[in-house]
Design a protein around this ligand. Structure first.
Ligand code: GCV
Length: 725
């Protein structure tokens, strides 16, 4: 049927009127939804610069026919075409003004000797003359090295850096740079705040989402070389053929990007899926079961990375169930993996009620005596602090305590204790703080970073893990700004000496804008954000005072749970006489686990950095802090400062309207508004709660907190995301 012209016109007017009536609706056409992450490759606005780059990259010559070489071709076609605004010629011979990429195997003019020391992942980027032609050469010992070099080169363009006279040599400081997905097989993500798991196990192995490729690409672009696909609270089913086939499909997608697949395994798998009577690591049949399981996995996935294990922790089974040590458990798995080159990442996040030892001390007590008892292919994976990813913790004393055992860093990228995915908290400053802290294990300069990268004790392997904040949300991380935490984790795992600020600026250029005003405003926000959050959540070394179960929002009143060290009152110890946990020599003496002089500095409230004061000391409300205020006044001031600073963040973000993409602007704006409410809730709830004990007034000049303590205590968050199941 032919619709008359006038009817079509009326219909169009009707549709348009719908749009104009919907005054409160938002329509974004062709806006940035965050999917492209930091790999947007928008056209370079500065025409002069664009021209200068084009001059250097008249054409490209990418040697080799491997899958990785083809990925490089695709990436360059897309990236250069878009940034430089023209189709880039792909040639198969050397020309002047060319970007040349290859390995000694694919290009005979690349001298193998010149790449010595670069290993399998390092690369060189040099402006040089070959056969009288000026070229930019990206060379490496392996295809994956050239891929990393390509992303580095593209980053130079994305950040509008000079590509004249390049002479860059890069090798990763850390060997194993992995994401840990706490993803269950039913797609629920434990402590995940960005939708469901990106792994659609049901549709695998046949249905391969584009997102899997884009995930691998994003990781390769920042040097992440491994991914643990499933939750450390592991389902034994992952080791059955049904699931291994699916794991194999993902491994095949990831391989050309240099991304190895690892699995979390349940220690009792021999019993749960193997029909065995025991999972005792010293039992020969159990050992054989794991050997056969490893063989089965490697048959499917020849470059399989290895196992991650949470054992005898929070109800998970482990060698302790059979009277064996963590080393005996880890070594059994290590022996099964060793013939194939696999590794075991054995977590040190263990604490048990029966031990009757203060929780922050338990991991050290358990693992320090085992130093030297682990196989060479075992790394012990330690959370950055001794409790559990709190907004601020001192470094775990295990860093620097075990010269013969590589200690692998575990950072949390997802924000379990930092406001989920509505609080803007850039974690670069937190990672930097942890990695730069001096353990003094071998005298001054023995930083945590040097323990982790293996250089302090000359370990043969090193690693860093990040608990991923990635989910099925279109923008991957729930909040666009939190993509920066995935980014900074990767960049610091590659080179932990890169500063948080350098990385933040890089990310802003690549993701949001090149405008100096935008870069400066956002960079300032990001750099201040973690300290601001510490102030409105847990200032002065307070910790573990969040809502029970979901861990969202304040809960300093939490008590009477299954075990004391799950409650808040255990950690803050607020009472009439003061506040804080005495972990000094007069208390539980956790400071003794640190090397001198750290131990001595932490032992006294006068010398400890004030940020950690109440972590290690119980002090009277009238204790004089560095500002000259009493402890009570200082505590309240910090809570107020933190909340007020979130309002300032919001004001500052608003100045960006119109300078960045509307959709990105609005998403962050909405999240900041939630963060503001939450910051004031933290402030009010905590100040009112602690005031019951301090019995002191709100310091002069500060308004009384709104609401009553009862109201705050009564707040509930049913179905808050991310809880353990
Ligand atoms: C995966 C904390 C979290 C748990 C997590 C555990 C761990 O306790 O709340 O969800 O479990 O750490 O790191 O194993």
């Amino acid at each position: 049927m032919k619709i008359p012209k006038v009817s079509r016109l009326l219909f169009a007017v009707f549709i348009l009127s719908l749009f104009s009536q919907a005054s409160n609706a938002q329509f974004y056409f062709n806006n940035e939804d965050g999917y492209r992450l930091w790999l947007k490759y928008d056209a370079i606005a500065d025409r002069k610069l664009q021209k200068a780059y084009s001059k250097h990259i008249g054409s490209t010559y990418i040697a080799g026919e491997s899958d990785t070489a083809n990925i490089i071709r695709q990436e360059l076609r897309y990236a250069l075409g878009s940034m430089l605004n023209h189709n880039v010629e792909f040639s198969d011979n050397l020309k002047k003004n060319q970007l040349v990429i290859g390995t000694p195997d694919s290009l005979d003019f690349i001298n193998r000797d010149e790449l010595k020391g670069l290993g399998d992942e390092g690369y060189r980027i040099r402006s040089q003359k070959i056969d009288g032609k000026n070229v930019t050469l990206i060379s490496a010992n392996s295809d994956v090295g050239t891929l990393y070099g390509t992303y580095h080169f593209l980053r130079l363009l994305q950040t509008q850096s000079s590509i004249d006279d390049l002479n860059i040599t890069e090798t990763p400081k850390i060997d194993v740079r992995v994401l840990n997905h706490w993803d269950n097989l039913d797609r629920h993500v434990e402590r995940g705040y960005a939708g469901e798991s990106i792994w659609d196990w049901h549709k695998l192995p046949d249905y391969k989402y584009q997102r899997y490729y884009d995930y691998a690409r994003a990781n390769a672009s920042i040097g992440i070389n491994g991914t643990v696909l499933n939750n450390v609270n592991a389902a034994p089913l992952i080791l059955t053929p049904h699931y291994l086939e699916k794991v194999e499909a993902l491994a095949t997608i990831f391989r050309p990007y240099g991304l190895k697949v690892y699995l979390s395994v349940k220690f009792s798998s021999p019993q749960l899926i193997g029909g065995m009577k025991t999972s005792d690591p010293l039992d020969k049949e159990v050992q054989q079961w794991w050997k056969e399981k490893a063989d089965e996995i490697y048959k499917r996935i020849p470059d399989f990375g290895g196992f991650l294990v949470k054992a005898n922790s929070e109800g998970q089974p482990g060698p302790g169930d059979f009277g064996r040590t963590h080393a005996e458990g880890a070594n059994m798995l290590a022996d099964a993996l060793a013939p194939h080159g696999g590794i075991v990442m054995w977590r040190a996040f263990v604490y048990a009620n029966e031990k009757n030892e203060e929780r922050s001390k338990q991991a050290y007590s358990e693992f320090k005596p085992l130093d030297g008892k682990f196989r060479e292919n075992v790394l012990v994976q330690v959370k950055n602090g001794p409790i559990d990813f709190q907004p601020r913790e001192p470094f775990s004393p295990l860093f620097g305590a075990t010269p013969k055992t590589p200690m692998m860093m575990e950072f949390q990228v997802t924000m379990e204790y930092l406001g989920f995915s509505t609080h803007l908290v850039y974690l670069g400053t937190m990672y930097e703080e942890a990695l730069k802290t001096d353990t003094h294990a071998k005298g001054k300069g023995s930083t945590v970073g040097k323990v982790v990268d293996g250089s302090l004790f000359n370990n043969s392997i090193s690693g860093m893990a990040g608990v991923a904040n990635i989910g099925s949300d279109r923008n991957w991380t729930g909040h666009i700004m939190l993509q920066s935490n995935w980014y900074v984790f990767g960049r610091m795992a590659w080179d932990h000496e890169l500063g948080a600020k350098t990385i933040a600026d890089e990310w802003i250029h690549m993701t949001l804008s090149d405008e100096p005003q935008v870069v400066d405003t956002v960079s300032d926000l990001m750099m201040a954000s973690r300290e601001i959050t510490v102030n409105y959540m847990t200032p002065l070394g307070l910790h573990h005072i969040m809502g029970v179960g979901h861990h969202y929002g304040p809960g300093p009143w939490v008590k009477d749970l299954g075990r004391d060290d799950w409650t808040s009152v255990y950690y803050h110890r607020a009472a009439k006489d003061g506040i804080g946990f005495d972990r000094s020599p007069s208390g539980v003496n956790a400071v003794a686990q640190y090397h001198s002089p750290v131990r001595d500095i932490y032992s006294s409230p006068e010398t400890i950095p004030e940020e950690l004061l109440l972590w290690f000391h119980h002090l009277s409300w009238d204790y004089k802090t560095k500002s000259g205020r009493t402890l009570w006044d200082e505590l309240v001031h910090r809570y107020y400062q933190g909340a007020e600073d979130v309002s300032k963040m919001l004001t500052s973000w608003k100045t960006l309207e119109g300078t960045i993409d509307d959709q990105q602007f609005n998403q962050v704006l909405m999240a900041l508004q939630i963060q503001q409410q939450e910051a004031y809730r933290w402030r009010n709830a905590c100040v009112l709660y602690f005031q019951q004990f301090s019995q002191r007034p709100i310091p002069e000049g500060l308004q009384k907190p709104e609401g009553s303590l009862e109201e705050y205590e009564a707040m509930r968050f049913p179905h808050a995301p991310g809880q353990g199941r």
